[in-house]
Write a protein that binds this ligand. Structure first.
Ligand SMILES: [Mn+2]
Length: 340
């Protein structure tokens, strides 16, 4: 279905569901990034144009430091075990590929979700379509891109307050319009957010020019210990390094950004040690790393995917994934498949 028919149909469902709701929960994925938070705050600011419902923005706390400045994010809460379930009659999830990745809701509350209508808006090709209505546009670069295009179908005017979080999400998920899936549509929707008054300068200074020295020091240590296997380059991030250098878990992503700038490798893998197991990030130039992620219980996009492995160390995770990743590089011709 083309986007116009898809958005027209979705708008009918959304208007009905949203305008009939008394309490709406907005939820996004665990470990929120710019697109997750931008989508959630953008919708939080937009929906009052459509409904008088109480809107509760739920985000895993604390919000990463580089996103704390986003106006509206201070209203977000986590539904921890000590808080009562707010009995929403509608849950809207944004940028979340599957129900088990929802963040900010304590395990004690999770069962309520099964008994509540969920509608979702997302751009992950691996989305499990867990809602009663699923607006999933896999060729969009960011969930914020979909929301920017969709809001006018709901009769919502994008104000400056709505435009800033939406532009944040587009800029972070496209790495400032660098990822190869960036389209004319992405740029024109970005331009419309500029016109609406998005605070571009603040996004640039708070997100792209605010790296702490500790993060760069960690990245340099990680890159110094880099391994090369044919077209695959991989690095591990032991927890002790993060602690010793007074960096944070989020800040180890800086190493991933730097690794992607190296000329040559087809696939980049960063394996972060966690208190339990490891978190793996995969990035590629051409091949479909989402397929490998999916095989090992993860998910994501063709050129950017992730996996959590609770039972693995950095070395055992590398040993598990390297055969699949090197095979991917030798087998695959450049992938143009966006429909998985
Ligand atoms: Mn996203």
């Amino acid at each position: 279905m083309d986007r116009i028919s898809m958005f027209t149909a979705a708008a009918i469902t959304w208007r009905e569901r949203v305008s009939n709701a008394n309490t709406i929960l907005l939820v996004t994925h665990v470990n929120p990034d710019g697109d997750a938070l931008g989508s959630l705050i953008g919708l939080m600011m937009a929906l009052p144009q459509l409904t008088e419902a109480t809107i509760i923005p739920v985000v895993q706390q604390p919000i990463p430091q580089y996103l704390e400045w986003v106006p509206g994010s201070e209203q977000s809460i986590a539904l921890t075990a000590d808080k009562p379930w707010p009995n929403p009659d509608l849950i809207i999830t944004v940028d979340c590929a599957s129900a088990d990745r929802l963040g900010g809701i304590a395990p004690q509350h999770i069962h309520h979700i099964e008994h509540t209508a969920v509608i979702q808006i997302d751009h992950h090709a691996t989305n499990t379509l867990f809602g009663v209505h699923n607006l999933v546009v896999a060729d969009a670069c960011a969930t914020c891109e979909i929301i920017t295009e969709f809001l006018p179908y709901l009769g919502i005017t994008i104000t400056a307050g709505i435009a800033t979080p939406l532009l944040l999400g587009i800029m972070t998920d496209t790495q400032s319009f660098q990822i190869y899936d960036t389209s004319a549509k992405t740029l024109s929707l970005g331009a419309s957010l500029f016109t609406a008054g998005a605070d571009h300068a603040r996004i640039v200074s708070k997100v792209f020019r605010s790296t702490r020295l500790e993060a760069l020091t960690l990245a340099s240590r990680v890159i110094n210990a880099m391994h090369t296997h044919g077209d695959v380059v991989w690095c591990g991030v032991p927890l002790t390094w993060v602690e010793e250098l007074n960096a944070t878990d989020d800040e180890s992503d800086e190493a991933l950004h730097m690794l992607q700038r190296i000329e040559g490798p087809e696939v980049i893998m960063l394996i972060k040690q966690r208190n339990q197991g490891v978190k793996i990030s995969l990035r590629s130039r051409n091949v479909n790393v989402a397929a490998v992620a999916k095989k090992h219980g993860g998910g994501g996009h063709i050129h950017a995917a992730g996996i959590n492995l609770a039972e693995h160390t950095i070395d055992s995770a590398a040993a598990l994934l390297l055969p699949d990743l090197t095979a991917l590089c030798t087998d695959s011709s450049p992938s143009t498949n966006h429909s998985e």
